[in-house]
Write a protein that binds this ligand. Structure first.
Ligand SMILES: NC(=O)c1ccc[n+]([C@@H]2O[C@H](COP(=O)([O-])OP(=O)(O)OC[C@H]3O[C@@H](n4cnc5c(N)ncnc54)[C@H](O)[C@@H]3O)[C@@H](O)[C@H]2O)c1
Ligand SMILES: [Zn+2]
Length: 452
């Protein structure tokens, strides 16, 4: 009571593109009277019976939605079971004092007396903790919880508890990351750790090598510790090994923490094209420890900042200015919401391609010498210009220099990537939209990114 579930739930539902259900309102509608009257006339016991029936029906048979439960709903074992089996449950945390200030003087039958209110809070707290898959103080936390993502400084030190299940684990990491963090992670995984695998890249050979080394059964879990190269490869191995096993992503690069480890896309590169073969295979858990960014080389950090600026532009907030923990939490939540809304990349998620049409063209024209972040920074400038917007945020945060690549080669790569139709993601006042643009405009925007 007084935690702000309705306000938060409405906003989470909006971000996820789902219906919002306030269970108390549903009960009132079904009963034809307000909760306070229902309580007064029929007593708490009868109210709980109605509440249990409504909640179980919603959770077990309703279509996917965001449901706000009344504060006492968790006292019902049947509701707790339905939550465990059919829902991701988020505990909205609130200080009891603040909650009391919000509800005092209202009509809630169980919030008429502060002493009683506080003791109810104490009684229920263990139940909230028992049913919760995650806890949240704001909308971003709730979205992350729904996506199975934990963002926490020091999370690596409790990785053992965070990797789901209790079956055997195979740890996959590149040599550099394993050298820095392997010694901390291995004891955390304890007896569950049955093998460790070193990855060099995400080619077919890397994948074949990993497939053949794995000794897990269907109950096993792959833990991918590293940047996007590692999570893409290990995630795809998990998607395909024995027709699919579970995996956990532990992204260590900024690119991984704000982008690659979120959204369930996994892939390998072929000589013909990057990310040509892959699968949608959402990790069961994503554990993000922003403290790991302390050891990341500057050049890798810049790659990640380009994606953070992209995310901030889409979100309409300067997320890239925030300290690491908040930057990562907010960017990860923004992408997670889009991906939960559009898990198979059929519409809303296209927004994440902002700047990327140009970036891919420049990367290809450079023979992949150009770092992705530099290419994205330039691509964002082009996308902003085509959207009729100021490029200042990108200029100031990323200051990308124009690149020396062959114009014709870049243009051909762009046309091939777009398969003839020049649909470009543009930034409007209320978010991104795709628009088919005249060739001359797109050419001019690309041209401006290339040095004389
Ligand atoms: N699946 C997706 O949605 C998605 C999205 C974006 C990018 N990607 C993929 O991600 C890949 C790029 O990922 P990346 O930029 O993380 O590169 P990466 O995984 O190759 O890592 C870059 C370098 O940083 C090092 N590193 C990583 N974490 C470190 C740490 N904490 N301390 C010190 N060094 C560290 C690595 O050892 C490596 O040398 C590309 O293959 C791209 O296609 C996938
Ligand atoms: Zn990118």
């Amino acid at each position: 009571m007084g935690a702000g579930k309705t306000t938060l739930g409405l906003e989470v539902a909006r971000r996820l593109g789902r219906e919002f259900v306030d269970l108390d309102r549903e009960i009132e509608q079904a009963a034809g009277e307000a909760i306070a009257e229902l309580f007064a006339r029929r007593g708490e016991t009868e109210f709980r019976v109605l509440e249990q029936a409504a909640a179980v029906d919603r959770l077990c048979h309703g279509k996917p939605s965001v449901v706000a439960l009344g504060g006492g709903a968790v006292t019902s074992p049947a509701i707790r079971r339905a939550l465990r089996e059919h829902a991701v449950t988020i505990h909205v945390e609130v200080e009891p004092g603040l909650a009391w200030e919000r509800v005092r003087g209202g009509s809630r039958p169980l919030a008429q007396d502060e002493g009683r209110f506080r003791s109810l809070y104490e009684q229920r707290l263990p139940l909230y903790r028992e049913v919760a898959d995650a806890s949240a103080r704001d909308v971003d936390d709730a979205v992350l919880g729904a996506a199975g993502i934990i963002v926490s400084i020091g999370a690596l030190e409790s990785l053992g508890e965070l990797v789901p299940g209790d079956g055997p684990v195979a740890l996959v990491a590149d040599r550099h990351v394993a050298g820095i963090y392997g010694a901390a992670v291995q004891p955390e995984l304890g007896r569950r750790l049955v093998s460790t695998h070193e990855v060099a890249g995400k080619s077919v050979d890397d994948l074949t090598g990993l497939w053949r080394e794995l000794r897990l059964d269907r109950g096993g879990t792959i833990v991918a510790l590293g940047g996007g190269t590692t999570t893409d490869l290990a995630g795809f191995a998990a998607a395909t090994y024995m027709r699919g096993i579970g995996w956990a992503a532990v992204p260590t690069s900024l690119v991984g923490q704000v982008d690659a480890a979120i959204g369930g896309k996994t892939a390998i590169d072929l000589p013909e094209a990057k990310n040509l073969v892959g699968a949608f295979h959402w990790p069961e858990r994503t554990v993000i420890d922003p403290a790991l960014l302390a050891t990341l080389p500057d050049a890798e950090r810049r790659n990640g900042m380009a994606e953070a600026v992209k995310t901030g532009l889409l979100a309409g907030e300067e997320l890239w200015e925030l300290p690491d923990r908040e930057l990562v939490r907010r960017c990860a939540a923004y992408k997670a919401a889009l991906c939960l809304r559009d898990p198979y990349d059929r519409g809303p998620r296209h927004a994440l391609n902002l700047g990327h049409t140009f970036a891919h063209a420049l990367e290809t024209a450079s023979g992949y010498e150009l770092p992705h972040g530099h290419a994205v920074a330039l691509g964002l400038q082009a996308a902003l210009r085509l959207s009729g917007r100021d490029t200042a945020p990108v200029d100031e945060a990323l200051a990308p220099a124009p690149v020396h690549v062959d114009r014709e080669r870049a243009w051909e790569a762009l046309l091939r990537d777009k398969k003839g139709r020049l649909r470009i993601v543009l930034l409007g006042d209320d978010g991104a939209r795709e628009e088919e643009l005249p060739e001359a405009d797109v050419w001019a925007a690309l041209d401006a990114l290339i040095a004389e």
